[in-house]
Design a protein around this ligand. Structure first.
Ligand SMILES: O=C(O)c1ccccc1N[C@@H]1O[C@H](COP(=O)(O)O)[C@@H](O)[C@H]1O
Length: 212
């Protein structure tokens, strides 16, 4: 079963709904974004979440000490670095699952992952859109992501994924995980109940077909 992260959580009802539908991880954005959440609110959301759901903080070129303080205060279990963080930077967070994001435009962009393979737990491939660091709502060719799969570190794909294309993304890229933000929103930072329910229904229908 593909690991599913629902990103850009800013409130308790959305967090509970995503967990009840089957999300494996929730993402909390602490980077500049229309989906940015205050650490105090993130802590209130996280304290009542199921133990086995990963709580991932998304940061961009943040001071190491600030990341460590927010992670500890909020009760995060994982950290996603979505900026220009170096391999050395990524080694400062031994207590947490570390995800490094790479923005993909063409196959050569995968070469950037090479220096990180021994320093991170997961590689995330997102769509390159000039001047938009994340939450782009745009897909990239998933055939490129397929080439990273099997490279020693589990791969998550992100960018423009929603209920109508998630099964194709899984079929083409065969990733460890899928990360979805804007594709299940009614507006930035607010999840849409119908879109979220449809996403998990679609994912579950694929699983049923697989085991028939
Ligand atoms: O979602 C944001 O606003 C964001 C801002 C800054 C860094 C990362 C951000 N989100 C990441 O983008 C993808 C989701 O993209 P999409 O909305 O599904 O197209 C995911 O990795 C988020 O963690």
């Amino acid at each position: 079963m593909t690991w599913i992260k629902i990103c850009g959580i800013t409130n308790i009802p959305d967090a509970k709904l995503a967990c009840s539908l089957g999300a494996d991880a929730l993402g909390f954005i602490f980077a500049p974004s229309t989906r940015k959440v205050n650490p105090k609110i993130a802590q209130e959301i996280i304290k009542d979440l199921p133990f086995d759901v990963e709580k991932i903080g998304v940061f961009m070129d943040e001071d190491i000490k600030v990341v460590q303080e927010i992670a500890e205060y909020c009760g995060l279990t994982g950290l996603q670095f979505h900026g220009k963080e170096s391999p050395k930077y990524c080694k400062n967070f031994a207590k947490y699952k570390v995800i490094k994001s790479f923005r993909i435009k063409e196959e050569q962009d995968l070469e950037k992952t090479n220096d990180y393979l021994e320093n991170v737990d997961l590689i995330l491939l997102d769509t390159y859109v000039p001047a938009v660091p994340g939450g782009t709502g745009k897909t990239f060719p998933w055939e490129i992501a397929r080439k990273q799969v099997g490279g020693g570190v589990p791969v998550i794909i992100a960018g423009g994924i929603n209920a109508s294309n998630v099964n194709k993304a899984i079929r083409v890229a065969s990733p460890f995980g899928i990360d979805i933000g804007s594709g299940v929103e009614s507006e930035p930072g607010k999840k849409d109940k119908e879109k979220l329910s449809k996403l998990f229904k679609t994912l579950n229908s694929k699983e049923e077909m697989r085991y028939e």
